[in-house]
Design a protein around this ligand. Sequence first.
Ligand code: MRU
Length: 345
Amino acid sequence: MPLQSIYWKNGKIVIIDQTKLPKKLVYKTLENINDVAEAIINMRVRGAPLIGVTAALGLALVAHKHRYDKRDKVLSELHEAAETLRRTRPTAVNLFNAINSVLDIAEKSSDPAKATIEYAIKMMNKDIEINKKMAEVGQSIIEDGDIILTHCNTGSLATVSVGTALGVIIMAHRLGKKIKVYATETRPKLQGARLTAFELVEEGVDAYLIPDTAVAHTMKTKGITKVLLGADRILGDGTLYNKIGTFQIAILAKEMGIEFYTVAPTSTFDLKSSRAEVEIEERDAKEIIYVSECQIAPETIRTFNPAFDETPPEYITGIVTEYEVLYPPFEESIKRLFNKIREER
Ligand code: MRU
């Protein structure tokens, strides 16, 4: 059974504290909205879909606390909590999409507390179903003999369960496809080393961990056939925002004729923003001056520590969603998919 990263338990949220992995599997209870914001900012929970679900459940915590209050009071508490959550991490659009859809449901309901709690729990459970579908859809791009490079962590730990890109990879392995996986360490937060390697080992996938600096060499010498990674935001023209390092991997893949796929649910799409409007999170200098507790650079060095980068659509072979694999021209294929979803509602 794949791990589940988050639960709703008797009016509280229980998460796997990902900062403790891979040494310890520690569960932490989040009791209020400040706990939730802290867990997102300090990456106890991370990964775009999981951040979105955590925010929704964070609003459910507030709704639960105020469930006996008047409708107006519940709504004003929800809006205040939403502002706190919006300030946590700016790049993954799932956070904003989740907050907006919860508030929309609450506003339309005569009992916003009940509606919020029910909707957030539904969103949590639906995430697992969506990821299972994405893993199935993604099988059409994985063949026996594929040697796959992946970046960051896109597994159960980046979602409620199952994962996005790693979900596709793990399902391929479970179906008996003969694949090999190379996972980058993903400095500075080491999501690849700490989390992806952990999930790959748990699943018994034929996998290797490589330093981020070894991507070109690995592509050239180990016969990488495909790159599969996740997304924190995809714009209407297919522009991809994902973990820092994604753009350089995309450039290398194109140069070496390697297919480059991103795997993302439709909740990761942002059809409204332009590139100029997307904020790329910059994180604390300490993350690159220290590895864990160990100082590896002078304390006073100036740093630049972007958490994400932007990959233009011309580097992307395909986008795996829970509905279908989208191919270029993305402006058209994305529009067509979202029109279809709207019509079916
Ligand atoms: O900073 P993180 O760990 O939240 O970044 C995670 C990523 O960049 C993932 O690739 C992305 O969220 C997709 S995960 C399903």
